[in-house]
Every structure is written in C-alpha cells, then in structure tokens.
Design a protein around this ligand. Sequence first.
Ligand code: FUB
Length: 445
Amino acid sequence: MKNILCIVPLMLISVFISGQNPLIMDQFTADPSARVFNGRVYVYPSHDIVAPEGKGLREDWFCMEDYHVYSSENLTEWIDHGMILSQYDVDWVDSTTYSMWAPDCIERNGKYYFYFPSIERNHEPRRRNRIGVAVSDSPTGPFSPESKPIEGVYGIDPNPFIDSDGQAYLYWGAGEFLYMAKLKENMLELATEPEKVVHLQKEFKEGAYMFERNGIYYFTYPYVPETTERLVYATGDNPMGPFEYRGVIMKESPNACWTNHHSIIEYNNQWLLFYHHNDLSPHFDKNRSIKADSLFFNPDGTIQEVFPTWRGVGISNAENKVQIDRYTAISESGISVDFVDSLDTHRGWKVAFEQSGAWLSYNQVDFSNPNLEMLETKLKGNAEASFEIRLNSPEGEILASVHSNSSNEWEIHENPLNEYPEGTHNLFVVSTCNKQFEIDWVRFK
Ligand code: FUB
C-alpha cells in the first residue's frame, strides 16, 4: 500500500480554480503559508479532511493526511498542483495519526525546503510532535522527505525565515512556548540550540510567522484572549528578538473558528494577509478554508487591522464566473446570501434579492476585452425577475438590463450588453422588481 501511495505525489494534477474568499472551494484547506517564488504566489496549506471511519480517529479533531500546493499569478485564478507530500511518504511519521499539521516552504539556492510537523512513530504512549523537511528543485515538487525529523526540534507549526545577511532561522511552537534556532546552510539541521522567544507580552499559542520590512522584524502569531485565536504581532530589530507587542492584525473569527493560522507576503507592491476561517464548515471548525485580504502599514511601520472579507483580493476576469455572492458591499435590506446547497457547501453560495432597489457591489472586474457582448446569469426564481448590472455605483451606467421569466430551477440566462468603457470596474447588481429571485454567478462573453 505504501508504495502505491508514494507514487501519487509524482503525478501533477493541475486543476484550474477561480476564486475569491475562500480561495479554494473544492477541498478544506487551512494554515496557509504563502510565498512568492519567481514572481508567482504559492500557497502551502494544510489539508483538513473529515476523519475516515474505522481508523480509531477522533471525529471532533483535526484530521490531516497530506499536503497540496496552490499557485496563482493574479490571486483570483488558483492552480491546484496536486498532492506534494503524504503521511505515507515519510518514514518517521506515524501514519495512523493523520497529523500533517501546518507546513511552510522556503527557497534557498534554487532548492525548495518544505517544513512540516507530524507525530513521530514508535513513541507510544507519549506522542511526540516533530518537524521534518522535504526538498525539491521546484516549488510544486516532487518533494523528497528526509528520513528523520530535524534533530533537536520537538513541536508544531514550523516557520523558516532567511534574513538579508543569508542567515536562516526556524521558529516553531511547543505547548505554550515559541522556540527558535538558527539553521545551518543546508537548511536541514539546527546550527544553534533551540531557545525560547521572549517578551511577547501576549501569550503565544501557535502558528508564528516572521517577516522583515524596512529593518523591522515582525513576529506575528495567534493568541487566545478569550475563547478563540486573535492574530497579533510584536516587533524587534533582529530575528532573535526581544520583540515588543504592538497590536492586533485580525480579531477573532466571526464564526468562532478556534484557530487562525496566517502568513504575510508582499506581492506586486501590495501586502497580503493569508489566513483561515471555517466558511465552508460553519458548524465544525476543524474543517477550515484559506482566505486572503489586503494588509496595510501605517507610516510608522505599525500594521492596520485587517477585516475579513468575502471579496478577497485580485482583479476578477469578467469572462470567468464572477461569484457575486462574495460581494464587496450590500444594501441594508432586501438581499441575503446563503449556501446553494447546505448539504454540499463546496458548491458555494447564492444571493437572494427580495425587493426593488436592493443591491450588491463586487469590486474590480476586468472588462479589458472589447468584444464582450453578452451577460450570462445563473438565475433561479418563481416569478418575473428583473435587475440591472451597473458600473461603479447603484446609479451608475447600465451595462445590462435583465427581464427574465425565470423558473424555479437554476437556469443560465443570456442578455445583451450595452456599450461600456473598457477597463476595470466595480459591478453593481440592482434589483428592479419586488419579486424574489436568486443569482449564483454572472459571466460576460
Ligand atoms: O492545523 C492544525 C493546527 O491548528 C495548526 O498546526 C495550528 O496552527 C492551528 O491552525
């Protein structure tokens, strides 16, 4: 069995996904470690699954068997490069534990080092969390795991960091403490003894992430002020600290997802926060979904609080399905959003309009193709529906007027477009009737 499963990472499975928040709809994903390699964003998340039956696993706990990597150039179209590492591929991992928790990846001298935690085999009854490394010549693998975990490292949530002087560091969590050590040039061994990171002032929990900007070292991490994790940060003038607590990056999940694991990158002159909530699994917070939102700095280097959105980041191509239920803003009344199918949340959401004047906006849609002529709408209703697509405000230029005698089944409707100024526009969908109708997505062709 082991041999069969080891072959799987060698197969490149590329699935094209168009996404807002959550970024990945067809699987549960968590703990997003985002990196920029060769001008492209790669995200290395954990992969939450529902615990398989008959394995003696807790149904109410994390269950994680393998890792995928995703990449994107425009932050709205994500490629799933397939599975890059599984618990069955790693000699030292106890593959009965499904404990492939939060990973991270970093590049050095053209090699990609993928750090991952798991539970070590042959240490019953006392289970030990260890951290291993898998190496590849490509950010998408195949990754070859080292046969043993990193000597001297016991814990979870590895975060590698390479300073501008070339010195590499590894941070990881163990219980209530965060540890760090220098890494050797080979990135596989510690160069110094592990030491505790001190002076955080807010109790460290897990999921640390280090980055540097303008000479300030940002040590960012979740902590639990009451019942769920809040993302906060501390700063120092070197990677070893001490670090002074500075403030909140993102408050607790609105849906009480207990964990929030994050990473922060700069891409195309915009800083981005990657994090997770449980949008696709609102009643079970161990099946999570990764998200991204823009992050901004104040002139003094402090971080402005980030508020989670559904719209997320990136410019959406008008020719792809625009999931307007991942809206930027909606009117105060006459509109609501719900799952298309609450028994299969991976199908995403729909938006229901109930009264004339109700509107939603969806920012940043790319209309640079001058040959777009038709609006496609996936629509459902039991009465005559009418709405307008307007540009840039609820009273803006009308791009399309739709009068559809829609049925009670989902149908694709086509309507001609009026002329429009080419470029990137904010879409407004405005109801012009007092009947209920639902939209799953719109697309232009
Ligand atoms: O995903 C499992 C664990 O939950 C991670 O290792 C932590 O950071 C938390 O997100």
